[in-house]
Structure formats: structure tokens, C-alpha cells
Design a protein around this ligand. Structure first.
Ligand code: ADP
Ligand code: MG
Ligand code: ZN
Length: 477
């Protein structure tokens, strides 16, 4: 008889903060750029250079802590985590071990049993990111790019409160939503601005103590996370069932091959020889400062949903989907502000946008088209410049590369033909050529008119105005 096992998961989530400059110097944080161009003596670890803390980093960390029900430390500080690696020019990372800025929080998710469940947050601390190594196989060497060195991060450490891949994804979606709403980060897993390390152990159902855990890295999407969890829980159960032990180690997930391999066994915290960073003053957070950050809290999802239903008359269903991702909500609001009908904008977001996101398997917060162009497209339909069939075609192009719909319609000769006399001739011909359908319409089968509309649209290569086609058909039959 196989035993029943339970999976226990805790996450360490790194989030790159959306500050303009790095955490301890005034270098820019933009992604990309020629290697080592966003650097200075501080973020390249030159002796004698001194770090100065970016106030915005502290405010973002506080805001995330407040939104996740944490206690905010009034008297924080930074520590050095010492290790050698070529992408870490100081030979230490400035982080927080002893006095993290936020502790003892939680977020609520929908648990496996369908009920609301709290996932506790042990702490959130601030730290700096490392640079990047680029391995050049051709010249058989590795190159160092320090543009990312010193980009601010927060690390959100959960308690081991999750029990399945579904709960992990729900937790990450919740964190992403909160942080996107705060504007503290864009939280893109595929670009690395949100990175989750999964700590996982298994134990027999009913056991008191947790099993030995492994930590898995290199997870770039929710799907990869779900696959990695399934694979790792099976691997651990197999080990235990065959009388072996799970080794506490860090493993790297290879999503293409769908397996993980050991990277290193877990170092003890003391291996890092943490000690307080003597170059930085303590971070004292006053009541006033905390109140000020609190007062700037944005409209979160629940309030936004209620407002969309109240102010724009959106159905709850629409409001629910649009507010799930802050960028979608922004797109909706900006397009409405450009003078479009809210329900019409919502229909394009809920319908075609979601359909194409699914088709191309991209998250809705990665859409590339602007509110300006969506607004133009809707205006083109409302002004009878193009019909809905053509609009869908234009939308697909817009979704791909944010083209300007007005220019595109012009260039591709897609304008709707509103010449009634010319259309009357075509309708006349369609009626002559389809006596059976015409007979059906005359004998009261209203649906038969659809076939005639279709024939007419085809004859005009999709450019006819469907309302006019309908009107003429009814008149002329
Ligand atoms: P360390 O200091 O060694 O990194 P932590 O106590 O900080 O360990 O835990 C790191 C992460 O691992 C946390 O998210 C925690 O919830 C999770 N974790 C700890 N023990 C277990 C376990 N037995 N099973 C699964 N996850 C665990
Ligand atoms: Mg840890
Ligand atoms: Zn710098």
C-alpha cells in the first residue's frame, strides 16, 4: 500500500523595484544598454566609493509591506552578505539579515479547498541585485556586465504555508497584483523582474515535522513553476519510498527537459559571514513618514472593481477580469478617457485581447498596443469607416505590433463602402442568384437572411456596411 504524502512549499520571491536609479548610486536601472554603460565606482565595487541609500527603495518596500499586512521596522539597517563571484564586484552583497524592513505579514489566497487561506510572510528585505555573466562559447571565456549590479530588489520570504502548485500560483498572482497596483515593479517573470525560488518538502499526511526541503531556481513562468513542483514532489516521494533520504540542496529546473539537477548543497547562513554594513547609516522610519506612504496607497482591485461597475456601468464579470492586471485596468481607463464607450472598450479587452493572449500564450500584462490606438480603432467602427469584420483584422495587427489603425486602414484599402447605390446593385444580383434563400426569407425564416448578408459581404470583399446590407435586403425582398 502506498502511503499518502503532503507537499509543503515556501517561496522566496525577488522583485526588481521600478526606481529610476539604483539602490546605492545614481546610475540608471533601464534594462539593456551596452554592457557596463550604466555603471559607476559604487556599483562596480571600487575601493573608497561609498553607497548612499535611495529613498524611493525604502518607500516601495514599505508600501509592499503595508499592502501585505506586515509590521514595518522603525529602526532598520543593512548587512553585508560576503561571497565571491565574478558578477559581484564588491565580494559582498548589501542585504538585510538582522533587521529586515517588513516582518510578520500575510496575503489571502483561495486555497485548495476553495476557501480563503492566509499565506504568512516571514519577512521582506531590501537588497541589491548582482551583475550578469555572459558566457562566450566562441572565444571560450565569460564576460561580465555590471549594468544590473545595484538594481534594487526586495525579497519576500513566505512561511512554508502552501500545499500545491495551484496555491503557489495563486500566491504569486496575488503578490504580482499588489505590487503592480503599487507601481513598485512590473513583475515580469519572463524578464526576471519577478523571480521565485521554490522550497519544497514532502511528509506523510498527519506527520508533525516537516520533511527535508530542496530549493529550486530558474523558474521563468507560472507554467514552469507548476511543472517543476509536480516533478520535485514526485522525485522526493520516490526517494523516500525507496528508503533513501532527500538531500537539502539547491536545484536548477530545466523546463525544456522537464527535470531538475543539483547545483549546490545548501550553505549555512554563517558561511556568508554576515555583518552590519559600516558604510550605511541606520534606516529610521518615523510615524510621519509611514503615514505619508500609507496615505499614498493607490486604489486596489476591490475598490477599482466597485468603481468600474458604479461609474462605468460595467458588469461584474468584466470588472473582475479587467482589474486582475493593473496594465489592463490602465488600458481600459486610458481608452475610456479618450472618449470611447466603456462597455465597448471592455468588449475589446475581454474578447479579442484575451483571445489573442491565449492564442499566443502571453500574460495580459504583456500586451503591447496603446490606448491611443485602441481608441482610434473603436472610433473607426463607430464612424462607419470600417466594419467589425475588418476591425478584427486590424486589431490582430495592432496586437502584434501596435500599428496605427487609421494609417493601416488607409494603406490596405480597408475602408467600408458606404455608397448605397453601388451596394443596391450588388444586393440585387445576390437576390437574383439565390432564389432558394430569398424564398425562405419570404416564407418567414428570418435566419435565412444571414446567408444573403454573407454573400453580399463576400461580393464586396468585406467592405460593405453590414447595417446597410441588412436594410437593403429587407427592403428589396
Ligand atoms: P534559509 O535561511 O536556510 O534560507 P529559511 O528559513 O529562510 O531558510 O527558509 C527559506 C524558505 O524555505 C522559506 O520560504 C520557508 O518558508 C521555506 N521552508 C523552510 N522549511 C521548509 C520545509 N521544510 N519545506 C518547505 N519549505 C520550507
Ligand atoms: Mg533564506
Ligand atoms: Zn552606479
Amino acid at each position: 500500500m502506498g502511503k499518502a504524502y503532503e507537499t509543503v512549499i515556501g517561496l522566496e520571491v525577488h522583485v526588481e523595484l521600478a526606481t529610476k536609479t539604483k539602490i546605492f548610486c545614481s546610475c540608471g536601472t533601464e534594462f539593456g544598454g551596452a554592457p557596463n554603460t550604466h555603471t559607476c565606482p559604487v556599483c562596480t565595487g571600487m575601493p573608497g566609493s561609498l553607497p548612499v541609500l535611495n529613498k524611493q527603495v525604502v518607500e516601495y518596500a514599505m508600501a509592499v509591506g503595508l499592502a501585505t499586512n506586515c509590521d514595518i521596522t522603525r529602526n532598520g539597517k543593512f548587512d553585508r552578505k560576503n561571497y565571491f563571484y565574478p558578477d559581484n564586484p564588491q565580494n559582498y552583497q548589501i542585504s538585510q539579515l538582522y533587521k529586515p524592513i517588513c516582518t510578520n505579514g500575510y496575503v489571502e489566497i483561495k486555497g485548495d479547498n476553495g476557501e480563503s487561506k492566509k499565506v504568512r510572510i516571514h519577512e521582506i528585505h531590501m537588497e541589491e541585485d548582482a551583475g550578469k555573466l555572459i558566457h562566450d562559447d566562441f572565444n571560450d571565456c565569460s564576460l561580465v556586465d555590471l549594468n544590473r549590479s545595484g538594481v534594487p530588489l526586495i525579497e519576500i520570504v513566505s512561511e512554508p504555508d502552501m500545499r500545491s502548485a495551484d496555491e503557489v500560483v495563486a500566491y504569486l498572482e496575488k503578490l504580482r497584483m499588489i505590487i503592480q497596483y503599487l507601481g513598485a515593479s512590473d513583475c515580469k517573470l519572463n524578464e526576471g523582474s519577478m523571480r521565485a525560488d521554490v522550497n519544497l518538502s514532502v511528509r506523510e499526511v498527519g506527520a508533525d515535522a516537516y520533511g527535508t526541503r530542496t530549493e529550486m531556481k530558474n523558474l521563468n513562468s507560472f507554467k514552469a513553476i507548476a511543472r517543476a513542483i509536480k516533478n520535485e514532489q514526485e522525485r522526493q516521494i520516490d526517494l523516500i519510498e525507496s528508503g533513501e533520504k532527500v538531500v537539502q540542496e539547491t536545484r536548477r529546473w530545466d523546463d525544456a527537459k522537464e527535470y531538475s539537477y543539483a547545483m549546490r548543497s545548501k550553505e549555512d547562513a554563517q558561511d556568508y559571514r554576515y555583518f552590519p554594513d559600516p558604510d550605511l547609516v541606520p534606516v529610521i522610519i518615523s510615524e510621519e513618514w509611514l503615514e505619508e506612504v500609507k496615505s499614498k496607497e493607490p486604489e486596489f482591485r476591490d475598490e477599482k472593481m466597485a468603481r468600474y461597475m458604479e461609474e462605468f456601468g460595467l458588469p461584474e464579470y468584466d470588472a473582475d477580469i479587467i482589474t486582475l492586471y493593473k496594465p489592463l485596468a490602465d488600458l481600459f481607463e486610458e481608452t475610456v478617457a479618450l472618449g470611447n464607450k466603456p462597455k465597448e472598450v471592455s468588449n475589446w479587452i475581454m474578447g479579442e485581447t484575451m483571445r489573442l493572449c491565449k492564442e499566443e500564450s502571453i500574460d495580459p500584462d504583456q500586451i503591447r498596443f496603446s490606448a491611443t490606438n485602441l481608441s482610434k480603432l473603436i472610433h473607426l467602427i463607430e464612424g462607419s469607416v470600417i466594419n467589425r469584420g475588418a476591425a478584427k483584422e486590424v486589431f490582430e495587427e495592432m496586437f502584434k505590433s501596435d500599428i496605427d489603425p487609421e494609417a493601416y486602414v488607409e494603406e490596405h484599402g480597408m475602408k467600408q463602402d458606404n455608397d448605397e447605390d453601388a451596394l443596391r446593385e450588388i444586393v440585387k444580383k445576390v437576390i437574383e442568384e439565390n432564389p432558394k434563400a430569398v424564398e425562405d426569407v419570404r416564407s418567414g425564416k428570418d435566419k435565412a437572411i444571414g446567408a444573403l448578408v454573407g454573400q453580399t459581404m463576400k461580393a464586396t470583399r468585406g467592405k460593405a456596411n453590414p447595417a446597410m446590407v441588412n436594410k437593403l435586403l429587407k427592403e428589396m425582398i
